[in-house]
Design a protein around this ligand. Structure first.
Ligand code: SF4
Length: 332
């Protein structure tokens, strides 16, 4: 059997931020994961768990002056994104890899019409395309995300539009050059529930049509379960559980994943013994040694405070980073 080649490989990535001459705070530690062609990987965790930092690092969008890559590499189709020349990387950004952020207004220029911005994006990555052709493609892209009166929208300025409309424009923009990988950082957090469902539907449809792989980052369990083929749960800049979406949602093994699921409004609260996660995510300055979850975990022992747990597989493709998951789940 031939092995599937990953589209994206993140290997042993550690990222820190320099706050002053003496202080360096680690935000992501020894993180490894892959994204395969055509799949959606959901990255789940509370705010401050290192999800967004991980995503921003893929396109080297973290501030260069203060970011320190302590270890690791990021390979996109075998090419190293961390060491690639800026010129080559800028061709990949918005071309082979696109990104959608929570706040569309931060990605759009208020001084230019939506049409100008879409056409510019097309022409940057396809220098031979004429203005007329770029306009036609922009029109198609806006129609593709089911926005009526596309020509009127292209002539409008971003500040005249609702949040839901802007997020559709961002999706249209991100998909313009048919990226191989789309990274979505909390793409629906600022939207109300109905619009959120429409935007998720739209992303799923575009993924089916184009075969684009997606990384979706969110703290929202509903969004992750709607979108993901596989899920990676992060805490304290580390991976704590990873596996097929069904496996992780219906048979979570890590106490943190169990707590997240149990505290979701639709969860069956009787199913797990950890209905709510006590405390809050520690700041980077106060990150505990050993397992980063140890000061919130009701199962923590001295070993948990001293030693970070390595991957202990719970099944095929299902990894758990917990010293005690077998005791916590005696029926597993
Ligand atoms: Fe809890 Fe220890 Fe497992 Fe961490 S390693 S989740 S502290 S039991």
């Amino acid at each position: 059997m031939t092995q599937r080649q990953p589209l994206l490989e993140v290997k042993d990535l550690s990222i820190a931020f320099r706050t002053d001459r003496r202080t360096v705070l680690e935000a992501v530690r020894n993180l490894s994961f892959e994204v395969y062609p055509g799949e959606t990987l959901g990255i789940l965790g509370e705010s401050g768990c290192g999800k967004s930092v991980t995503c921003m690092s893929i396109l080297r969008l973290l501030p260069e002056r203060t970011t320190v890559y302590n270890s690791g590499e990021i390979l996109f189709e075998g090419r190293s994104l961390l060491t690639m020349k800026e010129k080559e990387l800028s061709r990949i950004r918005g071309g082979e890899i696109s990104m959608i952020f929570q706040e569309p207004m931060t990605s759009l220029n208020p001084l230019f019409t939506v049409g100008d911005q879409l056409m510019e994006m097309i022409r940057i990555h396809n220098p031979g395309v004429s203005k007329t052709e770029a306009y036609e493609r922009a029109l198609d892209a806006v129609t593709d995300v089911r926005i009526p009166n596309a020509d009127r929208i292209l002539a409008s300025y971003p500040f005249t539009m609702s949040g839901g409309m802007l997020q559709r424009i961002m999706i249209a923009m991100a998909m313009l050059n048919r990226p191989k990988l789309l990274i979505c950082d909390e793409p629906t957090t600022a939207l109300d529930v109905t619009i959120q469902a429409q935007v998720l539907d739209l992303m799923n449809r575009l993924k089916e049509e184009s075969g684009t792989s997606i990384i979706i980052v969110t703290h929202d369990l509903g969004v992750i379960s709607e979108m993901s083929d596989r899920v990676m749960v992060m805490y304290g800049g580390r991976k704590c559980e990873e596996g097929g979406a069904r496996e992780v949602f219906f048979s979570p093994k890590h106490p943190y994943t169990q707590g997240l699921i149990a505290s979701h409004p639709s969860a069956n609260l009787d199913k797990y013994r950890l209905p709510m996660i006590p405390g809050s995510v520690p700041s980077l300055r106060d990150m505990p040694a050993g397992c980063p979850f140890n000061n919130r975990c009701i199962y923590a022992t001295d070993r948990c405070a001293a030693e970070f747990p390595q991957n202990d597989p719970a099944g095929e493709g299902h990894g758990v980073y917990c010293h005690r998951w077998r005791e916590v789940n005696p029926d597993a």
